[in-house]
Write a protein that binds this ligand. Sequence first.
Ligand SMILES: [Zn+2]
Length: 463
Amino acid sequence: MIRLFDSARGEICELRLRDPGRVSMYACGPTVYDLPHLGHGRYTLVWDVARRWFTFRGLDVRFVSNITDIDDNIINRALRDDTTETDIARTYEHQWWAAMDLIGVARPDDTPHATKFVAEMTELIASFLESGVGYLTSDGVYFDVSRVKDYGLLAGQPLESLRAGARVEANDEKRSPLDFALWKFAKPGEPSWPAPFGDGRPGWHTECVVMSLALLGDGFDLHVGGFDLKFPHHENERAQAVSQGRDFAQHWSHSGWVMVGSEKMSKSLGNFTSLTDLLEKTDARAYRLLVLRSHYRSPIEVTPATIADAERALLRLDTLARRFDLAALAGNALEVATDFTWTEETGKLCEKVGAYLDNDLDTPLAVAALFEAVSTANTAADKGEDARGKELALAVNALFGALGLQLLSSSHHMDDLSATLVAERDEARFTKNWAEADRLRDELVKLGWVVEDSASGTTIRKP
Ligand SMILES: [Zn+2]
């Protein structure tokens, strides 16, 4: 049984699945107008770990995460850079996947792009106008939140107190400051789509509700995201679904903030300005380990000091990999427990770690138990119990693999060129450019790698 904190219920509860054995999961993806920041790295790592853990447990996970490729920020960036919105979206989506590949976040099963679902969005908005939940103003179509009985469920506050705390906006055509834009009418020079109620573009909250329901269906299991999306974004997604009488996400989970200390984002202190910047300066695995060592709902501090600390811990793991000649796991592949052999001792370790992870994804306790097992493996080998040491080391490797953390012995260390080729090959496979994917496979084979494919990406290992 997997338990997870549910933001709507306000407590840890059992993850009840619509179809036994299968998990349908949606994470709000990025709006692609800038380099991914550290917060993006954190939430994608957290939900990548959850997805990997569910898979390791034998659940069949379908993970959908969107790309918002039209939005005010994209339009403003295009103006600033004197280029088109399409160009901005394409450029920064590319940057996004490059960073995701580097931190080992496996590609989602589906990455819907908002601009491909505009017809479904206009249909939904038209139905809101018809039922009176939506209303027209001079600049767009808005959603009347007072028409949703339990509005404020995710915020954990009733409508009245939310209204009292809301910022009064310039747009006095809105019936309430909490009402949100479903559709924004086109301004000259902006991209727009035709709609019976006036050409324009969709609001962000409408994009996600349409894409999640279209791809995962009513009553899908789990909607996740960073804590900052809980209100108003997720509240507003939910409001649109329930106002239609549709069953939306059964569970909601949110991950915590990234702190950069009091000297926020100061370059003079050597802090990292973006995820891309962090990944240029450090071993990408260190960020994953830093994330794993904190509970997903707690804030984390990402500074050169906390990253260096994670790198030291990583060194201990790589030393274990060298000593016992462990093969590199994880990467883009998702591991499954039944693919490994467990002895009585390592079976117990797997059970212990599993119990922590099943209980609200308690990665700090799981990682602590794994580091204890690292010590036990080394001590066993020191005493001449080589077989026992190796079995423990293999189990540690498998369980870190389940969390997406790759242990590397030096002989298996992926050099920069190979890492780039793997990333390029994943990109090629992702865009269904099979000829290029084959060519990149051949390049990797020439470098001495065994190349393996999985649904979620390329894995390489030495023969
Ligand atoms: Zn969303």
